[in-house]
Design a protein around this ligand. Structure first.
Ligand code: ADP
Ligand code: MG
Length: 401
């Protein structure tokens, strides 16, 4: 894979795909980790005299066409402001993705200057399954620059125009974040030290069922908590009340459990749950064993016995990958499970990797220093797909000559 040093960027506009998909509360950035993680490549390109034109996405804009999406947002403007603060220099902001404003910003960039295009997902073609539609957008983006650098690790598993199609049109290289992330993931896949324990949480099993099936070949133990665990508990015939449940996935989950048993992979599920009266920060709540969960309660966290169980199952690990918060950590009353797992992982003697936007935000919000883990990945989906052994379209595009 070509690196930045293999490209001739001095005096040229470089289209740099970053992952700046930060969590927002209104227009306030609640965790700027992905912006910080993008700085080394931005600085490297600017330091070489490149005219750095950044393309990124934010959230999931809704609407059938560009005007509807642009009106609904979210705009990348607050990200441009924060990026400017972190770089200590002005970041020019284009009010469109690949239109007149983008062309104007690109033309006005001086050597070593930085600009940011508006949210690329305002263009419905960005995520289109139609090659021709993506190709048209890719052509307009490529026309803004002389070369391309792919550094949006968190989007590499997407066959999107700015990730997959643009690099085919321009001389290209992988950025420093992508290289760093891939080198850690390689250590997880090539001869991981054992026991290799994977912890999965987060909202929905449908996001992660395929991952679990594929990890059965690789991990020794899989701990499942958070919103996805209730479908697993339901598959074992347990009452989960009004907790998050994907009823239509129960059959598939039961299949995964059977497969794990057949292959000797230990699947560890919660043994007690914190049941709340409603989904709210101040909801009344109580601990229940999973065998006696009330039908009118909703679980927002795992209970103390599960915190101990998970910590014990992590204590002898030599390799850990963790994706997905173990409860609704955004509400302090329901963050104990996530905190306990983060703490247990921070004590592991071996390679520990935390992946996922919300997971990274959680450990920072709970005041764990980044140094508590070997690596905090900026990409959840991308890391998981890499670990599954899937080819990442964006990575293949960067590898192609
Ligand atoms: P990541 O971004 O790290 O990949 P996900 O997006 O899969 O993680 O999941 C994060 C979300 O899962 C968080 O917003 C958290 O509130 C939610 N979550 C975790 N546990 C629960 C639960 N028990 N009930 C409802 N939501 C949950
Ligand atoms: Mg998430």
């Amino acid at each position: 894979m070509r690196q930045i040093s293999d490209l001739d960027v001095a005096g040229q506009v470089v289209l740099l795909r970053c992952d700046l998909n930060v969590p927002l509360d209104g227009t306030t950035i609640t965790d700027d980790g992905r912006i910080r993680a993008s700085l080394p490549t931005i600085r490297a390109l600017a330091g070489r005299g490149g005219r750095v034109l950044i393309c990124a996405h934010l959230g999931r804009p809704k609407g059938d066409d560009y005007p509807a999406r642009a009106a609904g947002g979210p705009s990348l403007r607050p990200v441009a402001r924060r990026l400017g603060e972190l770089l200590g220099r002005e970041v020019a902001f284009a009010a469109d993705v690949a239109g007149p404003s983008a062309a104007q910003v690109a033309a006005a960039l001086g050597d070593g200057e930085v600009g940011l295009l508006e949210n690329v997902r305002f263009e419905p073609a960005e995520t289109s399954k139609d090659d021709a539609r993506r190709g048209e957008l890719a052509g307009r983006l490529a026309a803004l620059a002389r070369c391309y650098v792919g550094d949006g690790f968190g989007a590499l598993h997407r066959k999107h125009a700015s990730v997959y199609d643009v690099p085919a049109l321009l001389p290209h290289a992988a950025g420093e974040l992508v290289l760093a992330e891939i080198s850690v993931l390689r250590r997880l896949t090539e001869h991981p030290e054992r026991p290799y324990v994977v912890v999965l949480g987060g909202a929905k099993p449908s996001d992660k069922l395929a991952v679990i099936a594929n990890l059965l070949d690789k991990a020794d133990r899989i701990l499942i908590g958070g919103g996805m665990s209730y479908t697993f508990l339901a598959a074992r015939g347990l009452e989960v009340g009004r907790s998050l449940l994907e009823r239509d996935k129960i059959g598939e989950v039961a299949g995964v459990l059977a497969q794990a048993a057949a292959r000797g992979v230990e699947i560890v599920l919660p043994v007690d749950l914190v049941g709340a009266t409603e989904y709210a920060a101040d909801a009344a709540h109580q601990v229940y064993p999973v065998t006696a969960f009330p039908a009118d309660r909703e679980s927002l966290d795992m209970g103390p016995a599960t915190r101990e169980l998970f910590a014990a199952k992590l204590a002898d690990a030599r390799t850990v990958f963790w994706n997905g918060p173990l409860g609704v950590f955004e509400f302090p009353a329901f963050a104990a499970g996530t905190r306990a797992v983060a703490e247990a992982i921070s004590k592991v003697a071996g390679l520990t990797v935390v992946g996922g936007g919300d997971s990274a935000a959680a450990v920072r919000q709970l005041n764990f220093p980044d140094s508590a883990f070997s690596h905090i990945s900026t990409g959840g989906g991308a890391s998981l797909e890499y670990l599954e052994g899937k080819e990442l379209p964006g990575l293949r595009a960067l590898e192609d000559a």
